[in-house]
Ligand binder design. Structure first.
Ligand SMILES: [Zn+2]
Length: 353
């Protein structure tokens, strides 16, 4: 009975069918079906191996050998075919989109308009030999007022609504305290600009903000004159607004320069004939300026008989608004991209401090 259990041509026949089926299997699932058909727990090869035990003892080793060789070849074939199918699957993933479309560039911001204006202003003054000086936003009353010739209870203090932290400490209302701090530590000659943020307890409206940028300039040496002040201020205004600007000084009172003046430039909108920008005046107020008061020199420890100097100060938002036709100071801090984007004419890569 044992003779009929295995037809000796059976392993070869199974192998032939398996090779064909595995080669033709065109999906991973189909291949798995073939694996189960031949090598699974009830697969044809498995069954065949199991029946070897029922063969005559002397035939078992040779027959087992043949079947095991067939099994190994089927296993190898399955593995090779699986790799082929896996790589084909990867190649067939469709490109997610139209490869002929132009690429999308990444989102890119640009310098804030105030940053640009401040940088342009600094460049002009650096070119004239000024250097940069900075001081704290949270300032002592002494530097913000007293050392600048605003004695306690002096009515001039009321001109600047101040955020007090306590009796002696406040948020600076002007960048002028930097002058005093700088003079305390340096001997003349000195020529500095001190841009920075200042704070006023104001109700915001189109021309007032509770925080904004100011820039002070200070020049101290042995023979500094009003003429020098006029030269530097005029050079700045023409460099920033245009070479045809006319400049005039109008007497005005500020506590710490003496004499002091407001500086106007001829309106660039109408060249002096009167328009909306200048309120029909033909002139636009640009900054306050004057000669440094002897009291201020004394506070800083300079001999007012040995040195003279001038100082000027302007609002950075104000000159930005004038130059770029911006109608409301609140726009600078509103973070409205529709506003900010208009000034992104250069990338950050072009920004040099
Ligand atoms: Zn005008």
């Amino acid at each position: 009975m044992s003779d009929e259990i295995i037809d000796r041509s059976r392993p070869g026949e199974i192998e032939k069918r398996a090779v064909k089926a595995i080669t033709e299997a065109d999906t991973v699932d189909a291949l798995e079906e073939e694996r189960i058909r031949y090598l699974g727990r009830k697969g044809e090869i498995t069954e065949l191996l199991r029946s070897v035990g029922r063969m005559p003892v002397e035939e078992r080793p040779a027959l087992g050998n043949i079947i095991n060789n067939v099994k190994r070849r089927i296993e190898e074939l399955l593995e090779t075919r699986l790799e082929q199918l896996a790589s084909e699957v990867q190649e067939e993933v469709p490109f997610p989109g139209d490869p002929t479309l132009p690429g999308r560039s990444g989102w890119q911001g640009g310098p804030h308009i105030l940053h640009k204006v401040l940088r342009d202003v600094k460049r002009i003054f650096f070119g004239m030999g000024y250097s940069l000086a900075e001081g704290p936003d949270v300032e002592l009353d002494y530097y913000n007022f007293e050392a600048l010739n605003f004695p306690p209870d002096h009515p001039s203090r009321d001109l600047q609504d101040t955020f007090y932290i306590n009796r002696d400490i406040l948020l600076r209302t002007q960048t002028s305290p930097v002058q005093v701090r700088y003079m305390e530590k340096h001997e003349p000659p000195l020529r500095i600009i001190s841009p920075g943020r200042v704070y006023r307890n104001e109700s915001p409206d189109p021309s007032h903000a509770s925080e904004f940028y100011q820039m002070e300039g200070l020049y101290v040496d042995t023979d500094v004159s009003l003429g020098d002040l006029r030269n530097d201020v005029t050079f700045f205004i023409r460099s920033f607004f245009g070479m045809d600007a006319k400049v005039r000084f109008r007497p005005h009172f500020f506590p710490f320069p003496e004499p002091s003046a407001e500086v106007d430039m001829s309106c660039f909108g109408c060249k002096g004939s009167g328009c909306q920008i200048c309120g029909k005046a033909g002139w636009i107020e640009i900054m306050g300026a004057g000669m440094v008061h002897p009291h201020v020199f004394r506070y800083a420890g300079y001999d007012p008989d040995a040195y003279t100097g001038f100082a000027f100060g302007m609002g950075i938002e104000r000159i930005a608004m004038l130059k770029y036709g911006i109608d409301d100071i609140r726009r600078f801090l509103a973070n409205d991209l529709r506003f900010l984007r208009q000034f992104w004419t250069e990338s950050w890569a072009g920004v040099v401090e």
